[in-house]
Design a binder for this molecule. Structure first.
Ligand code: SF4
Length: 350
């Protein structure tokens, strides 16, 4: 099967900014709050966003949490602080809302590794398989899928599918392999990967383990099996946060994007968290997702002030992509939310 080459971590798909200059410091936060009130907007942020962005958001959560919030919000505008496939998901689930993304170049290597035309050809070649597709994919690939999953609900959803039903899992081969092992289900895996989780340094992990022998090693299942084999706990971002909360005052070596430390430290103040560096000499920040980190407080202000960039999708595509997303929400209704925040943006206006 063909697989599109992954972009290097240094790739920055920047956009020229036609936007007005943003104020600084507290004035910037005040302006974002003012605009949020005026626009009746809700700000949703993923756990991999910078600390300041998480602090200003109405809700912080994983992909499942944020999809649920987008589907349920009564705000007029959704400001999505995450990457493009997430903002597209919000638009698909809430097509009547205006959805803004601070930087349209905030893509994802998993999305890039699964071009719709190739995915369609792959599906057509396996007509007896259903496609379970990780939410980290384009709207077009969602529309070609039967059920969307996240790392929080994938296992539970697979267990609801009859044993005899053959499954394609796309686009993350590492998550797919982990789920296959966990559920005992053979699945046909698409050959995609996350450029961040695939490149944690095993050597650095081993050294950290030697230096902190009592630490729990916790890992996201987008990591390759070699890295997961060291882990005491494997789970989605929300699961890693919950695991740390369940072991207060302890030490953790963490194999996922370091934006997660903000919530971990807030929810487990007495615990110690160690990031694992990425591969490469002098590579201090290469375990950061370069796409997630394109969003800044200034860009949030600017996108709210100008209502741009806005996510727009053809109605026909929204209709087709909505079905597998709604199946996901329905099949994971029993899974509790980990999001922090309040249900209505109005509550923040007091
Ligand atoms: S961390 Fe990986 S999967 Fe998540 S947005 Fe970045 S490239 Fe995509």
């Amino acid at each position: 099967m063909d697989s599109t080459p992954l972009p290097s971590p240094g790739v920055q798909r920047t956009t020229a900014s036609p936007f007005p200059p943003a104020p600084h410091g507290m004035a910037l936060e005040d302006e974002i709050h003012r605009l949020r009130r005026e626009m009746n907007a809700v700000i949703l942020a993923h756990y991999y966003q910078d600390d300041a962005i998480q602090d200003i958001a109405d809700f912080v959560g994983d992909s499942l949490d944020l999809a649920r919030k987008a589907a349920a919000t009564d705000a007029d505008v959704i400001v999505f602080c995450g990457v493009k496939f997430m903002a597209e998901g919000a638009k698909i689930l809430s097509p009547e809302r205006q959805v803004l993304l601070p930087d349209l170049a905030a893509g994802c290597s998993l999305e890039d590794s699964c071009p719709p035309a190739q995915f369609k050809a792959f599906r057509d070649a396996h007509p007896d398989h259903i496609a379970l597709t990780y939410i980290n994919c384009s709207a077009e690939v969602k529309a070609l899928s039967d059920i969307i999953v996240t790392s929080t609900n994938a296992e539970a959803i697979i267990r609801q599918i009859p044993e005899e039903q053959k499954i394609i899992f796309a686009p993350d081969r590492h998550l797919g392999a982990y789920l296959s092992k966990k559920t005992g289900r053979e699945m046909l895996l698409w050959n995609g990967a996350c450029m961040v989780h695939e490149r944690f340094s095993e050597e650095a992990l081993v050294k950290l383990r030697e230096r902190h022998p009592g630490a729990h090693i916790i890992a996201h299942p987008e990591c390759p099996e070699t890295l997961l084999s060291y882990a005491h706990h494997v789970g989605s971002t929300s699961s890693l946060i919950s695991f740390a909360q369940a072991h207060p005052g302890e030490e953790f070596i963490v194999l996922t994007e370091p934006g997660i430390f903000h919530q971990m430290k807030q929810r487990s103040p007495g615990s110690l968290f160690h990031p694992v560096p990425g591969l490469g000499a002098g590579c201090a920040n290469c375990n950061n997702c370069p796409y997630m980190k394109l969003n800044t407080m200034e860009k949030i202000y600017q996108c709210m002030a100008t209502r741009s960039p806005e996510i727009t999708l053809p109605a026909e595509l929204i209709a087709r992509a909505r079905l597998p997303l709604e199946r996901m929400l329905e099949m994971s209704r029993h899974i509790p939310s980990s999001a922090v925040g309040s249900l209505s943006p109005q509550s923040l206006q007091a």
